[in-house]
Design a binder for this molecule. Structure first.
Ligand code: C6P
Length: 415
């Protein structure tokens, strides 16, 4: 008798059931059902996240790590439980490696500002040509302060990293490689594990911008062997205002503090201040307590999903959307990497992406139009902007059909 091997497929994903977890999806926009296709900008929140934050403010609100009263103890316990949820989710070795920040942008600024203090004139940082501004500008600011040199790994016309160009970028002065795991403008999933291995052969630590990766895949920072991993709660079905910097403990230990104030100290006198241990020494001031609790709940929600089925389903959405959009005359997809998340950036002849976005909005379709805070990518493709449909596991094939019809309508109207 042969064993029955069941492989997970997109059919195992019950999208109608999952949509019920997201109350915001059930609404009309301009007389049409909302089709929310702007998930790379921010994802929607499941009911359980909204309830966790509501309950915190209704029942437990207090400052953390300070009070001795019951509410303060509850708030502190829930806040630190959220940190443990993050640790488990990304498989960090210890909660000491999980620093709460405002989001990906602050996480990268923290590294540029603190780790960056150890960099000197002529030291080099490698970036890639598909970075979000959040992983460009902090390094330029550091360059202004210290005279470091930025080296940029190019991309190919398909929107993939030019891996062959990587080895030559390393020199004896390379101090860090900072790159995105998934491109927000192109959807490309970068071979980060491989890049980390190459960087480590050169003794160079790696920071990964995971803002667009975590919402689509499980990430294990130990398996990737990265040194820093940054992400935002709001792109991970959690609230705005909170994010995470994962850092390898050895590196965080050696880094100077980032901001000064309460929470991050051990003792203060006018002569001398000593600092708290990890991770609190990087968390000055009252943190976003409700945000962290909401993020912890979002992670618990995600852990309860059939992740393999969700990924297969998203992949089917991507293939379907790609095929449908490619068939529209005058439409060009920007970013055709072999490995992509469910995100399609495109331009249409003679139609400005902003006009396109407005027309789609009138049909209840939410997409983003613009440079997506990735202007070097736009320059590379010689376009001022693109329209971008970015999907999550709660989107449907029916919504893609509506996008297809609306794009054809826009073309008739404007082109
Ligand atoms: N991208 C988009 O629509 P914050 O704003 O800190 O949560 O995330 C910044 C950020 C960093 N890296 C990548 C790869 C990103 O995509 C983003 C945010 C949004 O594409 C807003 S521009």
């Amino acid at each position: 008798m042969s064993a029955i091997v069941k492989s997970t497929s997109a059919d195992d994903w019950d999208v109608s059931r999952v949509r019920q977890d997201f109350p915001i999806l059930d609404q009309q926009v301009h007389g049409h059902p909302l089709a929310y296709l702007d998930n790379a900008a921010t994802t929607q929140k499941p009911r359980t996240v909204i309830e966790a934050m509501d309950q915190y403010y209704r029942r437990d609100n207090a400052n953390v790590h300070r009070g001795v009263h019951a509410l303060a103890e509850r708030a502190t316990a829930d806040f630190e439980a959220a940190r443990e949820s993050v640790r488990r989710f990304i498989n960090a070795r210890s909660i000491r490696e999980v620093v709460f920040v405002r989001g990906t942008t602050e996480a990268i600024n923290l590294v540029a500002s603190s780790f960056g203090q150890g960099l000197h004139e002529g030291d080099e940082v490698i970036l890639t040509a598909m970075e979000h501004h959040a992983n460009i500008v902090p390094w330029q600011l550091l360059r202004e302060r210290t005279g470091i040199v930025l080296r940029v790994l190019p991309i190919t016309p398909a929107g993939e990293l030019d891996r062959d160009a990587l080895p030559a970028l390393f020199t004896t002065r390379t101090r860090l490689l900072a790159m995105t795991h998934v491109s927000n403008a192109l959807g490309t999933i970068n071979p980060v594990k491989e890049v980390v291995a190459v960087a480590h052969e050169h003794g160079v630590p790696v920071l990964l911008d995971g803002a667009q990766a975590l919402p689509h895949m499980r990430v294990d920072v130990q398996a990737l062997d990265c040194d820093f991993y940054a992400f935002s709660g709001h792109k991970l079905f959690g609230p705005t205002g909170v994010g995470v910097l994962y850092g390898r403990e050895r590196l965080l230990e050696a880094m100077p503090v980032y901001q000064g104030g309460g929470e991050m100290i051990r003792t203060v006198s006018f002569e001398r201040t000593t600092f708290a241990g990890l991770p609190h020494r990087f968390e000055a001031g009252t943190p976003d307590i409700a945000g962290a609790i909401g993020l912890g709940r979002a992670i618990e929600y995600l852990e309860g999903l059939d992740w393999a089925a969700a990924q297969a389903y998203e992949h089917r959405l991507l293939e379907y959307a790609t095929d449908r959009l490619k068939a529209i005359p005058g439409l060009r997809i920007i970013g055709e990497a072999a490995d992509k998340v469910a995100l399609v950036s495109f331009v249409m002849d003679d139609v400005h992406p902003h006009d396109m976005g407005t027309i789609l909005d009138h049909r209840g379709l939410a997409v983003r139009a613009g440079h997506h805070c990735a202007m070097p990518v736009m320059t590379f493709y010689q376009v001022p902007a693109t329209s971008r449909a970015s999907m999550a596991f709660y989107n449907t094939v029916g919504e893609i059909d509506r996008l297809d019809a609306a794009l054809r309508h826009a073309r008739e109207l404007l082109a």
